[in-house]
Design a binder for this molecule. Sequence first.
Ligand code: PXG
Length: 463
Amino acid sequence: MTAASNVYPTAALQAADAAHHIHPFTDTKALNAEGTRIITHADGVWLTDSEGNRILDGMAGLWCVQVGHGRQEIADAVHKQMSELSYYNTFFKTTHPPAVALSEKLAEIAPPHMNRVFYCSSGSEANDTVFRMVRYYWDQMGQPDKKVIIGRWNGYHGSTLAGTSLGGMKGMHEQGDLPVPGVRHIDQPYWYGEGEDMSPEEFGIHVARKLEAAIDEIGEDKVAAFIAEPIQGAGGVIIPPETYWPEIKRILSERNILFVADEVICGFGRLGRWFGSDYYDLEPDLMPIAKGLSSGYLPIGGVLVSDKVAEGLIDKGGEFYHGYTYSGHPACAAAALANLEIMQRENIVDYVATDIGPYLKERWTALGEHPLVGEARMAGLVGALELVPEKGNRKNVFADTGTVGTLCRDISFQNGMVMRAVRDSMIISPPLVLSHDEADQLVAIAHKTLDDTYAELKRQGKV
Ligand code: PXG
């Protein structure tokens, strides 16, 4: 599309946006001075802005558009559903066909021991549900002292009170005196940044044992659950050392606490399996889901519940006083169902595992040769580049953490691709339908972006 054919009034939209719209996770004053980018269309892995520029969506929206943008089939399913039943609730002994069909579909693709789902509208709400559900479970099981939930520093579980508290983002905690009581955090398995002189394998064991130490310190009879992302997304695509999950599994098998695998990013094919828990062979008790569940076409999330948790939650009887107006919303459920049907019909999960995942990984990890890159890593279709001032020295990082990442992100956008910056690492999480040709373009733009960033840092005397 050319600028001439895309006739959106950029300046007027920016002015109205600045006057009335408060953006998430944004310094609004600084943004308003600069002006927003305005995205007007999207198709496949490509975005179009109000100036007619085409931009490769290296982040699948916000880690969510698994099947690519502009699938008419999902729009049609939603249209049909809204024409038949645009809204009804799932409280008070009622249900509706899309909620039933989606629940059945989720039980089909979930690990065999997970057969039930509780719906909400986002990943944050899913984790608020988790927070209440694990405590309710232990109450029902006659162990009401089990209340503490252990999360991890730099984990991300959403931005509501429970999500922020379970997550380990210190900047978020500082705003609003969080976490709420009853949450503890242990270290993350971030070898590149925190592994010091240990090998990745040693560090994986070392950091997993922090869970054991925390349970002992708090008292197993007081711990309700441990929550973790299989691979941390928003924390910077932190792929744990190979020893980490087996050691955590060993600890969990010896302790009577619930395990919550947050699948909001890793779920729905991102790692080349339906769930990150399949990829690492984890057996979680609960799995919060959202994002790729509907490929972001409409907001829907949920918590997948294991048969074990169903015993406390359901079999013991009693009402769990929890739910949302939009739990199982019919149009959102229809969107999710159409999305999952596309994923199954087109074998998208296998495509990630056996084709585009390995194809992109080979090319992405080759970017690790660049003088600005300390480590290039990828699993499935999620990857990171650690930008460093000095190759081969993990301890030397840029002053003013985040400045170089932001510079590189802005250059990437100018070069025609969205990458996300986390501190000074660059992140990609593209739509799972990325073609070989598009993967080549992605890597070429990433390469040019690294070159341009390096040249600018040289000019500034930072490398
Ligand atoms: N869990 C995980 C693992 C997530 O990544 C949430 C829960 C919360 O989901 P909702 O739908 O409430 O946003 C998330 C969300 C980023 C970014 O910039 C990441 C997320 C959301 C917004 C921005 O990396 N992850």
